[in-house]
Write a protein that binds this ligand. Structure first.
Ligand code: ZN
Length: 271
């Protein structure tokens, strides 16, 4: 990961910091931890207030906002951005049989819960008031932001995006048929809070297990044991309460996963 990030970028400095922390913890060698933490806090504070100009000095805001900005930094190449963000690539076939693909222009920092996908899930699993995230994601429709075409609910399903001209020379035929959509799943997958999407479904909640399985091929029979899956491991969550963000991190402790509750490092505003 570190090798993929341009030196000097905020993202590279954050990863470099955590690499030092891991080395420190694994080696047990004395380290000037206070200086190490003060250094990274200064780097992040500088990025938030000066580089991205999101908040005044002393305010950190939501990590989701500024972490996304560090990824979207122009100096970070697309290949590295895809470690953090999803991208949908559509594959097309023209009426003369030419096949081509178009990588999506939109990068998605998190899986967003979509009211219509929730509605569909509840219709399919009519007895359930608890939505299992792995089951939900198995039926999720890849979407880009913007308004969907007439008749399509929610934001634009990638497979319903307008046809494009065939790029093969002197072909230019239209319409083209979309044959399939590839989703590039990031190494670090984030989920947006579901509250807005759940607003119209009283009593319904999302259950996030420690492991989330995403089938490599959507539309395959989900009952088939042989369907290969990508497995994500839950490592933490950000919690917003009382105008303040905290983090719950899962860490192994004495053979079991334990929750470490992390409150941010607050600093006086006059510093
Ligand atoms: Zn063509």
């Amino acid at each position: 990961m570190l090798a993929a990030l341009p030196p000097g970028t905020t993202l590279q400095q954050i990863f470099s910091h955590y690499w030092s922390q891991i080395e420190w913890m694994e080696s047990g060698k004395p380290c000037n931890a206070k200086a190490m933490f003060e250094n990274i806090q200064e780097i992040v504070r500088h990025a938030i207030s000066k580089i991205y100009q999101l908040h005044d000095i002393g305010d950190f805001g939501c990590s989701r906002t500024w972490m996304n900005r560090t990824v979207m930094d122009d100096k970070v190449p697309l290949s590295a951005k895809l470690y953090f963000f999803m991208q949908h690539t559509s594959h097309w076939k023209c009426q003369h049989g030419h096949e081509f693909s178009l990588p999506g222009t939109q990068l998605h920092p998190a899986v967003k819960f979509e009211q219509w996908d929730i509605q569909k899930f509840l219709t399919l699993h009519s007895k359930s008031k608890v939505i299992d995230l792995s089951e939900y994601i198995r039926d999720i429709i890849p979407r880009n932001s913007g308004n969907g075409p007439a008749g399509a609910r929610g934001s634009v399903p990638v497979h319903l995006e307008p046809p494009v001209l065939c790029p093969y020379s002197s072909c230019n035929s239209v319409p083209s048929e979309m044959t399939h959509v590839y989703t590039s799943w990031p190494r670090f997958l984030n989920f947006s809070p579901p509250e807005d999407a759940l607003a119209n479904f009283p009593g319904v909640s999302i259950h996030m297990s420690h492991n989330i399985k995403i089938p490599l091929t959507f539309g395959a029979d989900p009952e088939l044991e042989s369907t290969p899956c990508i497995t994500y491991q839950l490592v933490g969550r950000s919690v917003f309460h009382k105008s303040h963000y905290t983090t719950d991190i899962l860490i192994p402790y004495e053979g079991e996963m334990q929750t470490y509750h992390y409150d941010d490092m607050r600093i006086p505003k006059n510093k």
